[in-house]
Design a protein around this ligand. Structure first.
Ligand code: AP5
Length: 210
């Protein structure tokens, strides 16, 4: 099963994607996580991406395409994947459709997490990430266990000015993908992402037939 998690920055794509991946037994392919790994490891790709990420802008499509193509070819992605934070614009959506068609697959559904801007700004301000496991927490809504809290970090692009820029980019480039997939006949399920994490997860699982 190939699913896209669509939603604004901070809508909960990473949180829900990790839970769904475990429940469905398919990997989460999160381009943001892959880019942050590359930045951390100081690779050429990471050096290319860092400036765009720090500015809240999109990393060029060709960089993303190469990265996703390579990831999709790995053995654990043979039975499907959950795409988190990708595709991000019409060109990426077209290249994902083409890549999946090459291997006889297609997007089965788009899970669209809707969260208002005020909630997003609050979420970004409280987000913490465990650099060892990549797990995402929130100081109030989903606090890390005590032994993990001390090593948690704040993402550099979670400062308010960059969050606003990311929201603008989302509205301009990514939100129109809802119509792209609807027009292509792919089921697009809108989900109220402002509820508790478990409630959102329960609805997503029902929507994908689990
Ligand atoms: P990326 O890492 O994809 O960031 P994003 O889309 O902006 O999304 P976030 O990771 O910020 O949020 P999320 O929706 O995953 O929410 P989360 O679950 O963490 O991209 C970062 C950058 O990389 C981009 O700006 C761009 O530069 C580049 N990039 C990435 N992909 C690209 C691509 N395809 N093309 C070009 N450039 C690309 O939750 C947020 C917080 O809220 C957490 O603290 C969480 O604990 C909390 N939370 C989650 N759910 C709930 C809930 N239900 N109630 C209360 N709190 C909650």
């Amino acid at each position: 099963m190939d699913l896209i998690l669509l939603g604004a920055p901070g809508a909960g794509k990473g949180t829900q994607g990790a839970l769904l991946a475990t429940a469905l037994g398919v990997p989460k392919i999160a381009t943001g996580d892959m880019l942050r790994d590359a930045v951390r490891d100081g690779t050429e790709l990471g050096r290319q991406a860092k400036g765009y990420m720090d500015a809240g802008a999109l990393v060029p499509d060709d960089v993303i395409l190469g990265m996703v193509r390579e990831r999709l070819s790995q053995a654990d992605a043979k039975g499907g994947a959950i795409f988190d934070g990708y595709p991000r614009n019409a060109a990426q959506a077209a290249s994902l459709d083409a890549m999946l068609a090459e291997i006889g697959r297609k997007i089965d559904a788009v899970l669209y997490l809707e969260v208002d801007d005020d909630a997003i700004v609050r979420r970004m301000g409280g987000r913490r990430t465990d650099p060892e496991t990549g797990r995402v927490y929130h100081v109030e809504h989903n606090p890390p266990p005590a032994e993990v809290a001390a090593r948690c970090v704040i993402r550099p692009d979670d400062v308010e000015e960059t969050v606003r820029r990311r929201l603008e980019v989302y509205r301009q480039s990514t939100a129109p993908l809802v119509e792209h997939y609807r027009a292509a006949g792919v089921p697009v399920h809108s989900v109220d992402g402002t509820r508790e994490i478990e409630a959102v997860q329960g609805e997503l699982l029902t929507l994908v037939g689990r």
